[in-house]
Design a protein around this ligand. Structure first.
Ligand code: NAG
Ligand code: NAG
Ligand code: NAG
Length: 244
């Protein structure tokens, strides 16, 4: 090899090693499972702190996306900023299916999700740009459609009727298997209220991924089977107390 070629080769090899070392140092690709997290707008504000404004758009009458989270890892890279133009093609779908309920701009929510979780997913080709990452999450609503699974099982939002945990779980098993977690909050009347659903996916998007010692980042608790579970209807006029 010519000297120039050797130098170029050494330079490229060094850059490659440095990039690899950087990725390993921050654990970029260390995750095995992804959590696809969907939330129920009807109860999002039930346990929301008073310092947050809560606004539920009337058309958010379906389960919405909270995020797509590589497990056990957060905030991988502040070096990859997100701009509105990155999501221009998806913004209509995102506004419908991935809205914020905090009376803030939805873009701010998407940017936080990208910063916290998306940048850690980017080492997989399927997520290697913001539009791929957000597009992949939107696409997951089809196989993991909670609204349809509940409707098929006759599980409908109600202030009067409550459900057993196993009834809700059984409705979801056909589409997402056993490895799902329903999360609840407790309202002012000590009712257990369904608010969020997490399904754990392999990087090929199949459900059922299990990871030992996985850390959870969530203000919500797993719903428990000792008391019945309320699935509150949407009440945009009184979202903190949809069922007084
Ligand atoms: C939402 O924010 C606007 C502007 O800051 C404010 O005027 C309005 O009262 C807020 N709405 C709620 C429900 O907090
Ligand atoms: C709850 O019950 C009341 C009275 O029985 C009924 O009028 C109301 O429509 C019910 N609400 C829901 C959300 O099922
Ligand atoms: C997805 O990946 C998991 C784990 O590698 C594997 O067990 C499963 O068969 C794969 N599913 C599909 C549909 O390829």
């Amino acid at each position: 090899m010519e000297r120039g070629a050797v130098l170029a080769f050494l330079w490229l090899a060094t850059v490659g090693l440095l990039q690899e070392e950087h990725k390993q140092r921050i654990g970029f690709c260390s995750w095995k499972c992804l959590k696809f997290v969907q939330m129920w707008p009807g109860s999002f504000c039930v346990a929301l702190g008073p310092r947050f404004d809560c606004v539920i758009p009337a058309d958010a009458d379906h389960w919405t996306i909270h995020g797509l989270w590589p497990s056990n890892i957060m905030n991988c890279c502040s070096c990859w900023p997100l701009f509105p133009s990155d999501l221009a093609d998806l913004s209509k779908q995102l506004a419908e299916h991935w809205p914020t309920f905090l009376n803030a701009s939805s873009f701010k929510f998407w940017r936080e999700e990208w910063q916290k979780h998306g940048t850690c997913a980017g080492c997989l080709e399927a997520f290697s740009s913001p539009s791929k990452y957000f597009g992949a999450a939107l696409a997951l609503r089809t196989p993991y459609n909670v609204d349809r699974a509940f409707q098929r099982a006759g599980i409908i939002p109600s202030c009067n009727h409550s459900y057993q945990l196993h009834t809700l779980q059984e409705a979801l098993v056909p589409i997402m298997g056993q490895e799902q977690e329903l999360q609840c909050v407790t309202d002012g009347q000590a009712r257990q209220v369904l608010v969020q659903l997490k399904v754990s996916l392999f990087s090929n998007f199949s459900a059922g991924c299990l990871e030992e010692g996985a850390q959870e980042f969530s203000p919500y608790r797993p719903c428990h089977s000792q008391s019945r579970i309320f699935y509150f209807p949407l009440n945009p006029k009184n979202p903190r107390q949809p069922c007084p």
